[in-house]
Write a protein that binds this ligand. Sequence first.
Ligand code: CAA
Length: 295
Amino acid sequence: MAANLVPHGIRRLGVLGAGQMGMGIALVSALRAKVPVLLYDRSPEQVTKGFSLVDKLLLKDVNKGRITSEEAKEARDRIQVVGQEAALQGMRDADMVVEAVSENLGLKQKIFAELGRVCSDKTILASNTSSISITKIASSVIPEGVAASSEVGKKAAERVVGLHFFNPVPVMKLVELISALQTSPDTLERSRSFAVACGKTVTVSKDVPGFVSNALLMPFLNEAIMHLEKGVATRDDIDTTLKLGMAHPMGPLQLADFIGLDTCLAIQQTLYEGTEMVDAGWLGRKSGKGFYEYD
Ligand code: CAA
């Protein structure tokens, strides 16, 4: 298909991080959206582990008659693993880069600052974060010494968006799209169109801590843990109540384990922090932009 016929315009995707989320995103992008993917992870063991799951999932789809073995091979071949140097080079030509590393603001800011330096200002820079402020992440792509309110500053930050996939990515039908204060409508629409091409339904959330999904899910998981601590019911009775009484696929305690208790904790810590215009570098008169704009 000619590039200009693809509504999202993503002809090449970069994925940073080959954990459960990054690998899943690489798979649905290659299989469903049929986009070539450059995948980078600093751990080669992680990549090997991820690929063995991808092979297993593709084989299952072939065995169930959902895809042909040629389609499986084409999807597999679309994912190219690259080392650090090639990743930096490759991301330069990507139309979108999705970051799926661990939930650590400092790490994400470092990565986005680097992406801001190497990528074209047309490249969409997306984070798969579950709760960290996209507005804060967007600020980190603005080159040092450049005002957030300047044309260069705005252009740098407007291509940043939250693209929140759910685990397991090939199974979960949702992508939550998060618009930072700086995100442009074009970035948002192209990202939405790309997620749809990956076979997902898209919801949009403002950039509040935890967005819609985790702002609602985490208090629920916490309540389940507190009920266990208080001895209101056993682990199994809490999970069975929600599974059979409310048709949840997993009980809350099982789900907390599935997400990872460390990830749950990291998300909950960010729920305590507010998301402010300050995160965007919009500090008021002194920065040229606050509620008003200043020359
Ligand atoms: N990766 C890919 N596919 C997987 C998988 C994995 N890790 N685990 C299971 N699957 C697939 C299976 O291959 C199977 O696919 P087919 O239908 O094509 O055969 C399908 O899922 C069902 O699997 P099973 O029959 O083995 O098991 P199940 O019926 O118990 O379903 C489950 C497993 C899909 C994980 C289900 O229990 C479920 O939906 N759990 C809730 C998951 C959930 O809530 N995820 C969101 C977590 S929150 C999050 O991710 C975001 C965040 O910000 C924290």
